[in-house]
Write a protein that binds this ligand. Structure first.
Ligand code: GLN
Length: 486
């Protein structure tokens, strides 16, 4: 069988189970695809071909002994801030260019326990700061739908890999939109789970009160399968939910008749591209036809403050988290100075990129004595207001629906010189991230020939219902597993 890389993970699982092909053959097909398209897409910082084949051979044994899971033998791309023992993990930064972790992250352990195969470490904006992968120290990734355009970010490599057939599923991370925005730009499905649903153990930190790992896949079913694999309590991350997690695949295929869908009007103001608005309106009609009750008069007035809140809190936490990169403990070290202090300074000056330095300065400023109350504390208070508004909304609605991004993928370089224009990419994904709510982006058609994402926000811990709505929509709309010509 040829072109196995075109299969979704659940289709591939069927084939593996029925012995139509082996995990090694599937992995070879994906590695071959990587070889062919990677020069144009650059989804990966590191391709782990030998390791992948070794893991695929193990998967074939597992498949033979009847201990396989739905992920056994499935080729996965792993965002390069997810720590993998013995495999270089850079977080897209020069400061970690030679960092080979001595341990595994929780999510990678879980993925391996399930028998998944890692084909490579996906490209990303440095320390997940960005919306385009242009802040990667290893060169940007390209959008598989049009390689002149960005794939989105920061998990742009993960989303591009899935859309380009260089992986069947990927792991990304979302702090303010980094799974959903690139999923939207690349025409794939991306889920940001509730904060605390997935362990952050071994995930290189950006904004610790916001960071969350989640799946990117070709369809909702694959995303549910991966969430089933990585979610749940972990003793090594005290913010994970101690309750047993539900079985997410269970929610697929259930009808959504009678569900209450709220459409917050603050998300449909100036700046939204007409093609995006049209696709979202069609999607709402589709949800209506599936029996949902749509209310377009919902108001979440604090929405407009989410961007400001995020760009105080995330940089503040980043400035603390990134203090550890000093060239002494691990990673890159610039010894051109004449004292320890000078070497530290040099390491940070030459090891971090411009965006990271900008965030460290912003965060240090916001946390400094005298400004702490005015900025950080104020931001935390507004964060509480945003939370409360969502809590109120979820008393009335099962899910909230918005666009994922105001526009479609933009040209490389278009927003690089204007950080604020870049930050505006996340205006629709930031509010739920600030609140810690789960949200998913599902393809809902095209504008100017480029994918548009439908953003569905759920209540805390309610990923099940989110997946149920997303799956019902996807099945009716028919945009699942559409791959670009490349
Ligand atoms: N684009 C946003 C930022 O630059 C969000 C990134 C993310 O979610 N990691 O911070």
């Amino acid at each position: 069988m040829t072109d196995l890389w075109k299969l979704s993970a659940h289709q591939a699982h069927e084939g593996l189970r029925e012995r139509e092909f082996t995990a090694v053959e599937l992995t070879e097909s994906v590695l071959d695809r990587i070889e062919r398209v990677e020069p144009r897409v650059h989804s990966f910082i590191t391709v782990t071909a030998d390791l992948a084949l070794e893991q695929a051979r193990e998967a074939d044994v597992k498949l033979g002994t009847g201990t396989a899971t739905p992920l056994t033998g499935i080729p996965v791309a792993v965002k390069d801030l997810i720590v993998t023992k013995g495999v270089r993990t850079t977080a897209g930064s020069k400061i970690l260019e030679n960092f080979v972790p001595p341990y595994d992250s929780h999510v990678y352990e879980e993925m391996r326990r399930a028998g998944a195969v890692m084909v490579g470490k996906a490209n990303m904006d440095e320390f997940a700061m960005g919306s385009s992968t242009e802040h990667s120290a290893y060169g940007m990734s390209r959008n598989p739908w049009n390689t002149d355009l960005v794939p989105g970010g920061s998990s742009g490599g993960s989303a591009a890999a899935v859309a380009a057939g260089e992986a069947l599923i990927a792991l990304g991370s979302d702090t303010g939109g980094s799974i959903r925005q690139p999923a939207g730009f690349c025409g794939v499905v991306g889920l940001d789970p509730t904060y605390g649903r997935v362990s952050r153990y071994g995930v290189i930190a950006f904004g610790s009160s916001l960071d969350q790992v989640g799946p990117i896949g070709r369809d909702v079913e694959d995303v549910a399968t991966m969430l089933d694999c990585i979610a749940g309590h972990d003793d090594r991350d005290s913010t994970t939910n101690p309750e047993p997690k539900p079985d997410y695949r269970h929610y697929l295929g259930r009808d959504i008749r009678g569900m209450k869908v709220g459409v917050p009007k603050e998300y449909f103001v100036e700046g939204i591209e007409p093609g995006v608005r049209a696709r979202i309106e069609e999607a709402l009609k589709q949800l209506g036809a599936l029996g949902c009750e749509i209310d377009t008069e919902v108001s979440l007035p604090s929405t407009e403050h989410a961007l400001a809140v995020y760009y105080i809190i995330a940089p503040s936490e980043a400035s603390a988290n990134l203090a550890r990169y000093d060239g002494v403990k691990y990673g890159y070290s610039d010894r051109s100075g004449s004292s320890m202090w000078e070497n530290m300074e040099q390491t940070r000056a030459t090891g971090f990129g411009a965006e990271v330095k900008r965030r460290i300065m912003l965060g240090t400023y916001a946390l400094s004595a005298g400004y702490y109350d005015a900025y950080y504390l104020k931001a935390q208070k507004v964060r509480t207001l945003i939370n409360r508004e969502f809590e109120e909304a979820f008393k009335k609605y099962d899910v909230l629906v918005t666009p994922t991004v105001p526009g479609v993928a933009f040209a490389a370089g278009a927003k690089l010189e204007d950080p604020y224009a870049m930050y505006l990419n996340d205006i629709y994904t930031l509010p739920s991230a600030v609140a810690g709510l789960p949200a998913i982006s599902v393809p809902c058609g095209f504008s100017e020939g480029l994918p548009v994402g439908l953003h569905i926000i759920g209540n805390f811990w309610d990923e099940g219902r989110l997946l149920q709505v997303a799956h019902a929509y996807e099945q009716a709309a028919g945009f699942a597993n559409q791959l670009p010509e490349l």
